[in-house]
Design a protein around this ligand. Structure first.
Ligand code: NAD
Length: 242
């Protein structure tokens, strides 16, 4: 089916789920705004590859999603937006009593405030179009909580609540807000675990394996293209784990 050229902004797109998401959306014909925290070379190489392979327009920016000023500066260059994918995020594994206040603040700002910053900037663009899709990348730990990952769980629980509340606020304006709560996806985020630890986790997962970035990206694209009546949902994809 022929559909109008659409534009998506994906945060934290230089690697992992964000990178796979960029390629998935490019393949579907979206023009892109991609951001990364540090690795501009990798993001520029991705941009060149996507533009050549999929004949789309891709713009990139180094932008700390945890800084409102940087996010506002990025959005001052965006004139049209259909889909916002809040993907940038960090994890923290350890006992809560060993966590410093600055570590707590860092995870909350990076995982939760970053969503507020991009959403605040994206809403006027979406209101101007009379439509839009906001997708937040969440985690099963935001649904159920994980020992040793309390701050991360709290941050993704906040992302889930933000998703549900904002969906109600924006539904009258024809803007859908949904989240994907992933189980364990094979990315650098899980490099902090040993092979033995990961094997133990695999045994608990009915699907017997980690999810792939490609699978995560496909779910995000499907959410971006889901019927307009789907909003306020936290879609869990975890191989039957939780
Ligand atoms: P990853 O570490 O490979 O990628 C995270 C990306 O976010 C990186 O590109 C990183 O540079 C970027 N990022 C981090 N802080 C940033 C900041 N302040 N500003 C801009 N970009 C920043 O891990 P991933 O697994 O691809 O993570 C992507 C998202 O998926 C995260 O929100 C994560 O919480 C979520 N998630 C991952 C898993 C998993 O098992 N991998 C499971 C559930 C949810």
């Amino acid at each position: 089916m022929e559909h109008k050229k659409q534009t998506a902004c994906i945060t934290g797109a230089s690697r992992g789920i964000g990178r796979a998401c960029a390629e998935c959306f490019a393949r579907a014909g979206y023009d892109l705004y991609l951001t990364c925290l540090h690795n501009e070379d990798r993001l520029l190489a991705l941009k060149d590859m996507l533009q050549q392979r999929y004949s789309i327009t891709c713009r990139t920016a180094v932008c700390n999603a945890a800084s409102y000023d940087e996010v506002a500066s990025l959005f001052s260059q965006i004139d049209t937006l259909d889909v916002l994918v809040n993907n940038a995020g960090i994890s923290h594994v350890g006992l809560i009593q060993d966590m410093s206040v600055s570590q707590w603040d860092h995870i909350m700002t990076t995982n939760v405030s970053s969503c507020f910053y991009t959403i605040k900037c994206a809403i006027p663009l979406m209101l101007a179009k009379g439509s839009g899709r906001i997708l937040n990348v969440s985690s099963v730990w935001g649904n159920t909580g994980a020992s040793m990952e309390t701050a991360y769980s709290a941050s993704k629980g906040a992302v889930n609540a933000l998703t549900k509340a904002l969906a109600k606020e924006l539904a009258p304006s024809h803007i859908q807000v949904n989240a994907a709560a992933f189980g364990i996806i094979d990315t650098d985020m899980n490099k902090c675990f040993t092979t033995e630890e990961l094997e133990q986790v695999m045994e608990e997962i009915p699907a017997g394996r980690m999810g792939t970035c490609q699978e995560a990206a496909e779910l995000l694209l499907q959410l971006a293209e889901a019927p307009a009546y789907l909003t306020g949902q936290i879609l869990t994809m975890d191989g039957g784990w939780t």
